[in-house]
Structure formats: C-alpha cells, structure tokens
Ligand binder design. Structure first.
Ligand SMILES: [Zn+2]
Length: 306
C-alpha cells in the first residue's frame, strides 16, 4: 500500500475512511472524533507502531500537546494534550489533529517525538517550523474538509454567526473556522485578533492582499482603530450583525463591515472585516512575496481558544 506524503493527502485519506464509516452506520460525520480515529486508524495501517494512549493533563510551559514513543520500545505511541480548564474543546480537538499529523507525517524524521507549543514556529525557515505548519495544515484539512465546508457556506451570507455555526459543527475555535474560510474565499476580508487594545495579529484573504490591504502586526505595534467595535469593547450581543464603518477606520481607507466578538474575560477580540466586493486595479506590487513569507506563519493561529 502506498501512503500519502503531504498533509492534504493524509487528511483526504482519513476523511474518506470517516465518511464511509459514518455512512455505513448512519451517524453524523462531524465533529470528527480524533482520539478514536487516531487509535483505530494507526492500528489498522501501522500495526507495529499504533497509537495506544491518548489522554489529557495540565501541561505547563505553554505546551499544547505531545506525541511520544512509549519508553518500553514496544513501538507504540502516545499523545498527551493540555486539558487545563482554560483550554476550550475546540482547541483540544485541533491539538489532537495536530499530533496525529506529526505521527503520520513526521515520526520517522523525529523518532523522539514532539512537544508542541503555540508559538514554536516563529523561526519560519527552520525544519521544526515547517513540520509544525504541516501538522496544522493536516489538522485543518482533517477537521474541516473543504467539500463539506463549501457545502455549508453555499448561498449563505458571510457573517460571524455563520462562522460560529461552522466552529460548532467541526468543534474547532471560531478563529480556525474563519482562517479556513479566508484560505479560499474570493471575497476581500480580514480577521483581526486584538489583545489589550492592540492588534495582536491579522490575516487577510488573498484578494484583499492583492489590493494591498493588510496589517504587519507581527513586525509593528499597531493600536486597534479607535472607532472600531474591537477597541470600544462592545459586547457581541449589542451588535450581532456588526456595523458598517466609513473609510478610514480600518486599513485601506474603504468602507468596512466589522463584526467583533470578545473572549469571556474581554481582553481579546476577534473581528471579521468584510471589504466591498470589487477588484482594485491598484494591485500591491509585493503581494506574492508577502503571501509566500506568511505561509509558515499561518497555522499556529488555528490553535487559539476562541
Ligand atoms: Zn507540533
């Protein structure tokens, strides 16, 4: 049997298995139960090195999850995920997908296993950074297969409500659902993650980058725009439909529709910005280079709580 070699390839292979299983047993396909899938699938495909243990623990030092070989050299593997009370269900599910990705893609290259933190891919060009990005890509494609994702949003108005629905359907964070949508949407849109009055990071869809609109929040300190819902700290319930800003509030000097939700402690905000649907002639010269550089920078975002 030949095995896939890419994150997408592995995710598609597993998705097919899950789909057939659920059709046969007339069960819902989502959310994907990664723990049982990992154990079953690894036992069938790699009977000499199955994943036999998956459990939660209150991990410290920012560790989200670990994949490691059983110390008795039996060939078996284990996964431990951070189950601290502050970690959401969606984040745990994504971490399990991420560790399963390491198992399928990287265990030969890194036989001592992995300890994964939120931010251990800052070094974009390192081997570790590449493997982290691949494991996240795998988790994203496994938990939110594109065929189903497209089906769910077909004919729907893009809104935060839709993103919350998708997050619940796939048991992922709302950030993960929005990033997935931004990956392929033809719309000009942006996700802005705010923290303590500043833009912690932001992510533009490719069509928006092509019109030159993005924030380099990793490189610069940028305040949340004063007139934004994110800066005002308005409760989501007050503006469930969001509001339309005139040009000049958010990047790009265009009208922008903003919907923002806040973390339970209110110190973090997630804003979905939708720009008007037209393609600008003023294409940003360096957009290709910018897109390439940020590729490695994407996927740790999926693991956020909200
Ligand atoms: Zn990892």
């Amino acid at each position: 049997m030949t095995f896939p070699t890419t994150p997408e390839g592995w995710a598609i292979r597993l998705s097919q298995v899950v789909k057939i299983f659920h059709q046969t047993h007339e069960l819902p396909r989502f959310p994907i139960k990664v723990a049982s899938l990992a154990k079953e699938f690894s036992k069938q495909l790699f009977p000499n090195e199955p994943i036999t243990m998956i459990s939660g623990d209150e991990l410290t030092d920012g560790i989200e999850g670990m994949l490691f070989p059983k110390p008795d050299e039996s060939g078996e593997w284990g996964i431990i995920f951070n189950s601290s009370p502050t970690i959401s269900k969606g984040r745990i599910n994504f971490t399990l997908g991420h560790e399963l990705g390491h198992y399928l893609l990287h265990r030969k290259r890194s036989p001592e296993g992995f300890k994964c933190t939120m931010r251990n891919m800052m070094d974009w060009d390192s081997e570790v950074g590449r493997m982290e990005a691949e494991a996240n890509k795998f988790a994203s494609y496994l938990l939110m297969p594109l065929d189903d994702f497209r089906e769910q949003i077909k004919g729907q108005k893009v809104s935060m409500e839709l993103m919350l629905f998708l997050a619940a359907r796939y048991e992922v964070s709302v950030t993960a659902a929005i990033l997935k949508w931004l990956e392929f949407t033809p719309k000009r849109a942006m996700l802005v993650f705010g923290k303590s009055g500043f833009i912690d990071w932001a992510w533009s869809s490719t069509p928006l980058i092509k019109s030159g609109i993005f924030y380099r929040a990793r490189q610069e300190t940028i305040q949340l725009p004063e007139k934004s819902l994110a800066a005002k700290g308005a409760a989501y319930s007050e503006f469930p439909e969001g509001i339309k800003h005139p040009g000049g509030v958010w990047a790009g000097n265009e009208t922008v529709h903003e919907t923002t939700i806040f973390s339970p402690q209110k110190e973090m905000s997630i804003s979905l910005l939708i720009y008007p649907d037209y393609s600008s002639h003023n294409l940003y010269k360096n957009s290709a280079e910018f897109k390439k550089r940020r590729e490695f920078d994407t996927f740790d975002k999926f693991k956020t709580n909200s």
